[in-house]
Design a protein around this ligand. Structure first.
Ligand SMILES: [Zn+2]
Length: 304
């Protein structure tokens, strides 16, 4: 981040705070430092915008939006919120209320981020015309935080996680998490999908099992995600079971695009799958040959 010499010195503290607010979100990959503007990826400057208080650029070609421009007419009470908001555009956020506004996807896209709702009245990324935005900075909403974490997850690739770090594993199709049914401590208890609640039966340790495979270990029980009966049949149920390294409890975690992963059993070469593409809470998790559907693509990120 940089601050152009044109930027009024009275605004500087708010710009620095805006950068700090984004940095304060835990469990995300991006981190920002303030540097001289000639070295910055994103620069604050002042500009006459003809009606808007702020304007930013979206990312392109693998780089963030490079400019945040602020109109001299911005009220003091709105500075910090607008600075935070415009930086959000540079990281790739559209307006949370873009569909309410009728802005549409446009040329840059308008995707709902996994685990976040389509609308969120408390989001800092609502447009300036949104009622709550007139109140100035009130902090990030819960879903602003989730959205930022999920857009820039720390879990980037197998092996990049810190050992001992608890992860949640969330289905792209439903936003529900890989969970031990009934918080059971029984050997062979089924794995289901369930909304994440952080009770430990939906938190997992990913451990090295050698040869590029992982063990996926339940926090509560210490048991491993396992294909029941070492089945090679599509639809074979996934269970928890004491780890024994026989290949039906070893998993290859492969990129599936857009930050999602497929999770493939070593023995059967089939992938972790929400049964019948169900959206029901409690639907069983099975193995199935991978065919690129969202019920076999998983978001893997910090359990918090
Ligand atoms: Zn905006």
């Amino acid at each position: 981040m940089g601050i152009d010499p044109s930027f009024p010195s009275a605004w500087r503290a708010d710009a620095e705070q805006a950068v700090s607010e984004w940095n304060s979100i835990a469990g995300k990959r991006l981190r920002f430092v303030l540097v001289s503007p000639e070295f910055a990826d994103i620069t604050f400057s002042v500009a006459y915008l003809g009606g808007a208080y702020g304007q930013a650029e979206f990312p392109a070609n693998g780089e963030p939006g490079h400019r945040v421009r602020i109109d001299p007419s911005i009220p003091t009470s709105l500075r910090k919120l607008v600075f935070v908001h415009e930086l959000g555009h540079c990281f790739g956020f559209r307006h949370t209320n873009l569909y309410v506004n009728g802005e549409g996807a446009g040329t840059v896209g308008g995707n709902v981020i996994t685990e976040t709702p389509r609308e969120d009245a408390n989001s800092v990324m609502n447009s300036g015309s949104s009622p709550n935005q007139s109140q100035g900075w009130r902090g990030f909403s819960k879903y602003d935080v989730t959205g930022f974490q999920n857009l820039y997850p720390i879990f980037m690739s197998p092996g990049m996680y810190a050992p001992g770090t608890l992860m949640k594993i969330v289905a792209r199709s439903t936003g529900q998490a890989l969970t031990v049914e009934g918080n059971s401590y029984a050997t062979d208890a089924r794995i289901i999908q369930h909304p994440y609640n952080g009770t430990g039966n939906d938190q997992w340790l990913l451990q090295d099992a050698g040869n590029g495979y992982h063990k996926i270990i339940s926090r509560n029980t210490g048991y491993a995600l396992t294909v029941q009966y070492d089945s090679y049949t599509p639809g074979g149920q996934l269970i928890q079971h004491p780890y024994n390294g026989t290949g039906n409890d070893q998993w290859e975690i492969q990129e599936a695009g857009l930050g999602y992963y497929k999770i493939r059993a070593r023995n059967s070469r089939q992938c972790v799958n929400v049964y019948n593409n169900s959206s029901s809470v409690g639907a069983p998790i099975i193995q199935y040959p991978y065919d690129g559907n969202a019920n076999e693509q998983w978001y893997i990120t910090f359990a918090q």
